[in-house]
Write a protein that binds this ligand. Structure first.
Ligand code: TYM
Length: 332
């Protein structure tokens, strides 16, 4: 039997999990889980590149794990773990820092965005973030990285770092491919469809959270910014708000844009926004309810993340040993 290929992906527990992360990433993680050997991580080490409240970080990390499981990731089949529990990430991260160029890191748009938003804390970790992300991916000899389109640049840099390293030392790392959904790769804010829906944004009502109550979700969709036209028609350039809502509706219901245009032909935006809200409520309801149930069982969650870290470390150690040998470190 052919060996399964490997997936790695992660989310920062730096805010509550959003509809954007669910549609851009987690939905695909679940869809691909049976066919691949999967590693899904709560990347708490990445989260501290921006100042966090310790108790909140701890709560969100566990909540995120419960949400992964509630979304349909089976901990017996996928490896679910907390990044800081597998120290090989930090170790390989440092090594890869020495194979990543200042110029490359300076070009990263996430660094530029986050530096602008956190002007009083542009720390070295924020700058070298992408080499830690490369370590996350390369430790597991990953073939595929399912992410939203905002992470494409980081996965491309990971490929460049791995290719550079392999060029010097021979085939050490598998070169990973990004896996980006056709629809839903960049969900925009409901209140400002020019901006990405982001867990760190404080724009009230623009961001939908997985754990949000149905009434709140409906309120956000009813207030979503549209345009002065009346037709539900996909036009990503001139009708950003409506096109964003159509993307959300499309991924939530599995309907194509043509079908959605026909469904709402001659009906107003009010009807359409309510329908999108209802579809999202029904999409998220079972996940929220299951996550709430799982969260009550702290010892179950602990069992999952401990077993996950053990499985992850076994694979990560193998890669790290190989790297140490290649670069000339004395074996431990
Ligand atoms: P993060 O935590 O910002 O986002 C997690 C995942 O959700 C996707 N995403 C979105 N997709 C569509 N529309 C949106 N509005 C939206 N917002 C977020 C992101 O693309 C991502 O897939 N650097 C990563 C975390 C990371 C990682 C990794 C990912 C660390 N190491 C290794 C993959 C592999 C990040 O900041 O994602």
């Amino acid at each position: 039997m052919e060996e399964k290929k490997t997936i790695f992906s992660g989310i920062q527990p730096s805010g509550e999990l959003t509809l954007g992360s669910y549609l851009g990433a987690i939905k695909n993680w679940v869809a691909l889980a049976d066919e691949y050997n999967c590693f899904y991580c709560m990347v708490d080490m990445h989260a501290i590149t921006v100042r966090q409240t310790p108790a909140e970080l701890r709560r969100r990390t566990l909540e995120q794990l419960a949400q992964y499981i509630a979304s349909g990731l089976d901990p017996d089949k996928c490896t679910l773990f907390i990044q800081s529990h597998v120290p090989q990430h930090a170790e390989l991260g440092w090594i890869l820092d020495c194979y990543t160029m200042f110029g490359e890191l300076s070009r990263m748009t996430q660094f530029k965005d986050k530096s602008a938003k956190n002007a009083d804390n542009i720390n070295a970790g924020l700058f070298t973030y992408p080499s830690l992300m490369a370590a996350d991916i390369l430790l597991y000899q990953t073939d595929l990285v399912p992410v939203g389109s905002d992470q494409k640049q980081h996965v491309e840099l990971t490929r460049d770092i791995a290719t550079r390293f392999n060029g010097i030392y021979g085939d050490v790392f598998t070169i990973p491919e990004p896996y980006i959904p056709k629809i839903g790769a960049r969900i925009m804010s409901l209140t400002n469809p020019e901006n990405k829906m982001s867990k760190s944004d404080k724009d009230n009502g623009g961001c939908i959270y997985i754990m949000q109550q149905p009434e709140e979700i409906m309120r956000c969709f009813k207030r979503a910014v549209t345009d002065s036209d009346t037709a539900v028609r996909y036009d990503a350039e001139n009708k950003k708000g409506i096109s964003n809502l159509m993307s959300i509706y499309s991924v939530a219901t599995g309907r194509g844009f043509d079908e959605i245009e026909r469904e709402f032909d001659g009906r107003g935006y009010g009807d359409f926004k309510a329908a999108v809200g209802e579809a999202v409520v029904e999409l998220l309801r079972p996940i929220r309810e299951e996550a709430e149930r799982i969260l009550k069982d702290k010892s179950y969650l602990e069992g999952v993340y401990k077993a996950g870290a053990e499985k992850a470390a076994a694979v990560a150690c193998r890669t790290l040993r190989k790297v140490h040998k290649k670069i000339g470190f004395v074996p431990r």
